[in-house]
Design a protein around this ligand. Sequence first.
Ligand code: F6R
Length: 252
Amino acid sequence: MRIYKEPDYKAVSRRAANLISAQIISKPNSILGLATGSSPIGAYQQLIMWYQKGDLDFREVISVNLDEYVGLSKKDPQSYHSFMKEQLFDSVNIDPKNTHIPNGMAKDLVSACKDYDTFLSSLGGTDLQLLGIGENAHIGFNEPSNFFESNTHVVHLSQSTIEANARLFPSIDLVPKQAITMGILTILQAKKIVLIASGPKKAQALYQTLLEPITPNVPASILQLHKDVSIVADEAALCLIPDELCTKISKR
Ligand code: F6R
């Protein structure tokens, strides 16, 4: 595990974008696992800038997203399909046929989850999985629970996640109560993981993730078991972890 402690969100975004662009440059047909939410927006903007300058080429990249709300159509402005188009896909030369996001409108959600897993297995795992982290330490929408759910599944969003995501909806009542998310095993099958965290609201979750025992009550704590995780976080998100511990964790 490696911790990149950056002064602020801008630096976090640049660092994360650096790691993603290194992946694309070293393997132009990389399979990228992508995330939505506020955390990756700055990194996506940086990647778009490098693409516009001619320094990055997404032509062969394949993307698979972590999650999608149940009940929102692809065109719904709050759907993660819309988010990805607005924040990245429409501004780079990724082939839309190579972009994959769970279908939250499927009539049979269980089959949709199975199909997503079959597809992910056929790819053999992602080369780089980008993650944000919830205030309750969820990754994807794997909420705190009594067990780690391995595969893509339908999840009931916790009240704290609904409240945290309400800022993106006209009213809290409109936040979907369910989502489809990649499971923990699928996330862990990534060759590399880059987790972005910014701001003091993520401090407790990062502390538990990095320093407390692994437990499904702190879903991100499972990342302690992965051999190539980069935590890219600002000082505010790392404020509960002294510098010497950051160094120690980076040597794990
Ligand atoms: C989004 C996702 C979530 C978010 C998390 C943090 O695809 O999987 O786990 O990364 O909820 O959200 P932000 O970045 O908005 O704080």
